[in-house]
Design a protein around this ligand. Structure first.
Ligand code: AMP
Ligand code: ZN
Length: 114
């Protein structure tokens, strides 16, 4: 996707503070952090939202959770707790139409979210 800001980050056309990278997944710090630890984990493949997932994306989504676990460990969140959030659609707060998983930690979170 040429216009997509996260695809541009994947291609290195926009700078990012990477914390994890492999063949299929990228993790980088959110530019406007909502918690002391706020990492975005994305598939390198452009998928707009959860609504656009297919069976063939199953492995990548499972892999993203294992990457989240690894990053959470590295940031010392294993015992402290953390939250993983994916907004789907504008009304749910999705502002970037490339599926992403917010890994949030380092503070206390309320439930339910606002
Ligand atoms: P969402 O509102 O769930 O779509 O989340 C999009 C997130 O992407 C927001 O938390 C933004 O702060 C973050 N974001 C947007 N542009 C960038 C960027 N260039 N680098 C890092 N994070 C970004
Ligand atoms: Zn994209």
């Amino acid at each position: 996707m040429e216009e997509c800001v996260f695809c541009k980050i994947v291609k290195g056309e926009i700078p990012s503070e990477k914390v994890y990278e492999d063949d299929t997944v990228l993790g980088f710090k959110d530019i406007n952090p909502a918690a002391p630890v706020h990492v975005l984990i994305i598939p390198k493949k452009h998928i707009e939202s959860i609504n656009d997932l297919t069976e063939e994306d199953s492995n990548i989504i499972a892999h993203i959770y294992l990457v989240a676990k690894k990053i959470a460990n590295e940031f010392g969140l294993k015992e402290k707790g953390y939250r993983i959030v994916t907004n789907c659609g504008e009304k749910a707060g999705q502002t970037v139409p490339h599926i992403h998983f917010h890994l949030l930690g380092g503070r206390t979170f309320k439930w339910p979210p606002g």
